[in-house]
Ligand binder design. Structure first.
Ligand code: SPD
Length: 357
């Protein structure tokens, strides 16, 4: 009897170990019962129906994770442990990842839908020849405001944010380069300034903004502004488009001093386990009809020339969100300032956040 029990226990332990080891091995390879693809994107930045359509079309199960800033994304990837197959960083972050050997060169033969991208968004300085990245969405950073909540006042400049009448009325997006950037822009410095004295001046200027800052927030900025819980926001253009769609009392401006024009592109990091699936996903998102559907859902501006045909003039003709090159060429692209300088920007931003407390 004792031997029978021992035999059962042995069989049970061996079976358990076999199942456990197989599961661990499959997870490591990016499989969990079927083929999987892990996508790491900004929050509120894809139409979930497109993910379902991709899964149905390819049989690949998508695991989807989100981030709220390039800095948060870079930290998570640098710490390893996550086998992301597709990531959507912005310009300077792509350059940084490229420099640090964190990206896999793309196989353009697997991306036939890249032909639909407008030439204007290809071959940009952060990734010449689009060796490592292809366009997803683009836009600007600007001010959204509710004139009714400001006694009919209209805003035009970064300086307006400091006006006494805006006490506790301003929301800021929780992102270091954006917030330090408005300090720099308002002082007439470049968004890529690396002079410590200029950066300190920008930080001091931001300390003066504190009484006007109601909160520093993530994606909830859209809901707060649309629901009129704040009158003014520092936002990315696509978020502004969605907010205005919800509440047409708001308007979005590109401040007269200028601002940042940015590009979010899809990349395949070296952590990828499913490189073929990653190319399939990228190509799927580059399909003009899919890109148009994504644009309508997400609110951001599409770099996909052919997708524009599927979108209403009301969207594509809105100069606030589709400014032409005559405007964007005058705006500044964030540059990769190097690891130490980016860390310094983050530190100044954290100090600014602490200063509010
Ligand atoms: N909720 C989606 C936000 C995407 C914004 N990307 C802008 C990056 C600017 N550097």
């Amino acid at each position: 009897m004792k031997k029978v029990v021992q035999m059962f226990v042995t069989v049970f332990v061996v079976a358990f170990l076999l199942i456990y080891v197989t599961a661990r091995f499959n997870t490591f390879r990016g499989y969990s019962g079927g083929e999987t693809l892990t996508v790491y994107n900004w929050g509120d930045y894809v139409d979930p129906d497109l993910i379902t359509a991709f899964e149905e079309e390819t049989g690949i199960k998508v695991i989807y994770e989100t981030f709220e800033s390039n800095e948060a994304m870079l930290t998570k990837i640098a710490h390893g442990g996550n086998a992301f197959d597709v990531v959507v960083p912005s310009d300077y972050a792509i350059n940084k990842m490229k420099e640090q050997g964190m990206l896999i060169p793309l196989d353009h033969s697997l991306l036939p839908n890249l032909q639909y991208t407008d030439q204007r968004f290809l071959d940009l300085p952060f990734d010449e020849g689009n060796q490592y990245s292809v366009p997803y969405f683009w836009g600007t950073l600007g001010i959204i405001y509710n004139s009714e909540m400001l006694d009919g006042r209209h805003l035009t400049s970064w300086h307006d944010l400091w006006d006494e009448s805006l006490r506790n009325k301003v929301l800021l997006v929780d992102s270091a380069r954006e917030v330090i950037g408005i300090g720099l822009d308002s002082l007439g410095y470049s968004l890529n300034d690396t002079n410590p004295e200029h950066l300190h001046q920008a930080q001091r200027k931001l300390f003066d903004l504190v009484p006007n800052v109601k909160a520093i927030v993530g994606d909830e900025i859209k809901m707060l502004l649309a629901n009129e819980e704040a009158a003014v926001g520092l936002v990315w253009s696509g978020d502004a488009a969605l907010i205005i769609d919800e509440n047409p009392k708001l308007d979005y401006i590109i401040p007269v001093e200028g601002t940042n024009v940015w590009f979010d592109n899809m990349v395949i990091p070296t952590t990828a386990r499913n490189i073929e699936g990653a190319h399939m996903f990228i190509n799927f998102m580059l399909d003009p009809e899919n890109a148009a559907q994504n644009t309508e859902y997400v609110g951001y501006s599409t770099p996909n020339r052919a997708a524009l045909e599927y979108l209403p003039e009301e969207i594509t003709g809105d100069q606030r969100f589709y400014p032409g090159p005559e405007i964007t060429d005058k705006l500044e692209l964030y540059e990769n300032l190097g690891r130490r300088m980016l860390a310094y920007y983050n530190e100044l931003f954290l100090e600014f956040k602490m200063h509010r407390k």
